[in-house]
Design a protein around this ligand. Structure first.
Ligand code: HPA
Length: 273
């Protein structure tokens, strides 16, 4: 057994001492999008800092706890605050919560995030279904000794984002009259925002939106057998696409403004899965 897996089993035991919930669904809330936690019938919360060797969020916008509860009677686990590579953790640490949620029993993972829109038609406040990603600018979270208990050494990444789930998201958005776009997400390490030249380069590479979190989580989730989908909230035009300088305050304000529609969409998605 690898050290990483051994540590995960210790965290699992710690959680099992507090809750018996076997979640069907796992959700990761992006920056400013965690209003949804108010809609969960919460059974218990567990702070990351109470788990063995677990990374703790250092970003004030992220709380750093698991929420266990029910939505439409469905058992779920949600990450209220995610771990970012730019906080100084190794990629293996960054993706620990994803693996732990799988070990708890979750089968479907809903990822959400705040992103900068690169494609011209992506405006502040829009939602984008992630239909593929570019992760080549960050280290793979699967580097190192493989955890065979969770997945194979060389996992296929041809269909990271589940088409059926994406169709359900589209249907939910249509019923709610929420416009939703689709595109390719590119992950950078952060914490700095990009230069305009970098954004032009990413555009050439085929990226529609840019963020600092999600592709490594999605890859890990595919490795351990999750069905994955991702919804991005466009919180700003990417660097050089508007005259506005980029700031985390503005990102948070834009995400908060989209939070109501985001919550409606997630609620409807959970009901439909
Ligand atoms: N770049 C990177 N990450 C982000 C951005 C951006 O423009 N907006 C929100 N997260």
């Amino acid at each position: 057994m690898t050290e990483a897996y051994n540590n995960l089993t210790i965290c699992l035991e710690q959680i099992r001492r507090k809750t018996n919930i076997i979640p069907e669904l796992a959700i990761v809330f992006g920056s400013g999008l965690n209003k949804y936690s108010e809609y969960i019938d919460i059974e218990c919360t567990i702070d990351y800092q109470d788990l063995n060797n677990f990374p703790v969020t250092t970003n004030e916008m992220h709380k750093g706890r698991f929420i266990f509860g029910y939505v439409h009677q469905k058992p779920i686990v949600a990450m209220d605050g995610r771990i970012h590579y730019y906080e100084g953790y190794t990629m293996e640490q960054v993706v620990m919560p994803i693996r732990l949620m799988k070990m708890l029993g979750a089968k479907t993972l809903i990822l959400s995030n705040a992103v900068g829109g690169i494609r011209k038609d992506l405006n502040v406040g829009d939602f984008m279904i992630i239909n593929d990603h570019i992760s080549s600018l960050v280290p793979s979270p699967l580097i190192g000794e493989n955890i065979y208990e969770l997945g194979t050494r060389f996992p296929d990444m041809s269909h990271v984002y589940n088409k059926e789930l994406n169709d359900i998201i589209k249907q939910c958005a249509k019923e709610l009259n929420i416009e939703i776009k689709e595109g390719v997400y590119l992950q950078t390490t952060g914490p700095n925002y990009e230069t305009p030249a970098e954004i032009r380069a990413y555009q050439t590479l085929g990226a529609d939106a840019v963020g600092m979190s999600t592709a490594c989580e999605a890859m890990t989730a595919v490795h351990c057998g999750f069905k994955v989908c991702g919804i991005s909230c466009i919180t700003n035009k990417a660097s050089g696409m508007s005259d506005e300088p980029l700031s985390d305050e503005d990102v948070a304000i834009a995400a908060a403004k989209s939070s109501d529609n985001f919550c409606k969409l997630i609620k409807s998605l959970i009901k439909s899965i």
